[in-house]
Design a binder for this molecule. Structure first.
Ligand SMILES: Cc1cc2nc3c(=O)[nH]c(=O)nc-3n(C[C@H](O)[C@H](O)[C@H](O)COP(=O)(O)OP(=O)(O)OC[C@H]3O[C@@H](n4cnc5c(N)ncnc54)[C@H](O)[C@@H]3O)c2cc1C
Length: 416
């Protein structure tokens, strides 16, 4: 019997871990290199829509997520200033029935723990404190160069040979820079910052603890909150239009707390409930939101390929960045699992499937952000349209995202 393909993955975020799990379950040998010494997702929540949870179920990881997750019964959209209910899209059991998998919210650390345990059980070799520095294409594979950190390692360099190197190394992907996509291929600041905080559930008003995802819309700002861990915490994300200099700390996960005055100013005039919740947060982290122009290709010489944010960083207004990374993982596992050793052909199939899908969702996310932040007569028109939408109309608008069936073509959904 021939040896299984060996895939090296750089980066153990949601994308890297999901890819490692999918590939290992497809029978491939997988090594993950992660530069962080320990995997410790920061305190923040994540929404996992049915297009992602359906794949986690296929990967055998969904059941382990469920005890940590909540399935919000709906998405409530309110005017930030008026407090008026603009629309409510049902989720919960209806989402599960319509899209064939649950719509969940959970703590990022819980998701990471589940993915990590599933990877280990599937035989993935995960090396932390190991930074990928570059690669060389070989006649019959690829060699990744990495530096080991950690006490006693003296920054030793290691070389690993594989059949494929997957760059799951995030927005500022060092490996993407080696793909020759041109000098203009850089992250583009969107003019907005996201502010993240966790509020202790015991302090939060009862309204914030209902099992719903809440979205408040105001001029040039919006706020999302939902309960986590059975209501022990409320996850808050506010997005405002804001300046950002690229010389500020590039990694907001590691950056310190941020003075929230700009946030309070952006939400002044908002309803008391929203402002009270914002005021309850013990600390905030400010997060610049970046995109990239779509790349014409994600791979090099049939041996190196991008996945997740390194391939398609998108604005978070549809909560689809991790979901797309999980979809990428499923597509890559399917392509490589059935390629009979022809890695280049598998990458062509992966790109053909994933490039259009990621661009469609990126465009929709950007548009959604513009709609959320409308002001004046545009906001009035938006509110009128939202008020007139039936539950069916709201859900059917999400079919092409939540009902996406792997590999079944552009904008095809599970529904008739
Ligand atoms: C405010 C906000 C809210 C969001 N909410 C949601 C949501 O609700 N739902 C959703 O689906 N998405 C959401 N997203 C998007 C989501 O967070 C990202 O799309 C997702 O985390 C990308 O995962 P990734 O694995 O591709 O990249 P990352 O999470 O960035 O992981 C990259 C990993 O690579 C490692 N790395 C980097 N360089 C190297 C190297 N040289 N060697 C080794 N390792 C390296 C990093 O340390 C990191 O661990 C949100 C984003 C933001 C900003």
């Amino acid at each position: 019997m021939s040896e299984p393909l060996h895939v090296i993955i750089s980066g153990a975020g949601v994308g890297g871990l999901a890819a490692a799990l999918g590939l290992a379950r497809a029978g491939l040998r997988v090594t993950v290199l992660e530069r962080a010494p320990i995997l410790d997702e920061v305190g923040a929540g994540i929404q996992l829509s049915p297009n992602a949870t359906r794949i986690l179920r296929a990967f055998g990881a969904l059941d382990a997520c469920l005890p940590h997750a909540l399935a919000p019964e709906g998405l409530r959209v309110r005017g930030g200033r008026s407090g008026a209910l603009l629309m409510r899209m049902p989720l919960g059991a209806l989402a599960d029935a319509r899209w064939g998998a649950p719509h969940l919210v959970l703590h990022r650390a819980d998701l990471q723990r589940v993915l990590l345990a599933s990877c280990r059980a599937a035989g993935v070799d995960l090396r932390t404190d190991c930074e990928t520095l570059g690669f060389a294409i070989l006649p019959d594979g690829v060699e990744a160069g990495a530096r080991m950190g950690g006490a006693g390692s003296r920054g030793d360099h290691v070389r690993l040979r594989g059949d494929l190197l997957v760059a799951a190394d995030g927005l500022r992907s060092p490996l993407r820079e080696r793909l020759g996509l041109g000098l203009s291929d850089r992250p583009i600041y969107s003019g907005r910052t996201a502010w993240r905080a966790l509020v202790p559930g015991a302090k939060a008003p009862a309204d914030a603890l209902l099992t719903e995802t809440n979205l408040w819309l105001g001029p040039r700002a919006h706020l999302v909150h939902y309960p986590l861990r059975g209501g022990d915490l409320v996850n808050m994300v506010a997005v405002i239009e804001d300046d950002w200099r690229d010389d500020e700390r590039a990694d907001p996960w590691r950056a310190g707390e941020t003075d929230p005055r700009a946030l309070h100013a952006a939400l002044s005039g908002w309803r008391r409930l929203a402002r009270d919740l914002v005021a309850l947060a013990p600390s905030w982290r400010r997060w610049p939101l970046f995109e990239r122009a779509p790349a014409p290709r994600w791979s090099l010489d049939g041996r190196v390929v991008l996945l997740g944010d390194s391939a398609h960083p998108i604005l978070p207004f549809l909560a689809q960045g991790s979901a797309l990374a999980i979809e990428d993982a499923a597509a890559l596992a399917r392509a490589l699992g059935g390629c009979g050793g022809d890695v280049a052909a598998a990458l062509r199939a992966y790109e053909a499937e994933r490039l259009p899908r990621a661009s469609d969702v990126a465009v929709a996310s950007r548009r959604q952000g513009a709609i959320y932040h409308m002001s004046g007569p545009f906001a009035l028109a938006r509110d009128m349209v939202m008020r007139g939408l039936s539950s069916e109309a709201m859900m059917s608008r999400m079919d092409w995202i939540y009902g996406y069936a792997d590999g079944q073509g552009r904008r095809r959904c599970l529904l008739p």
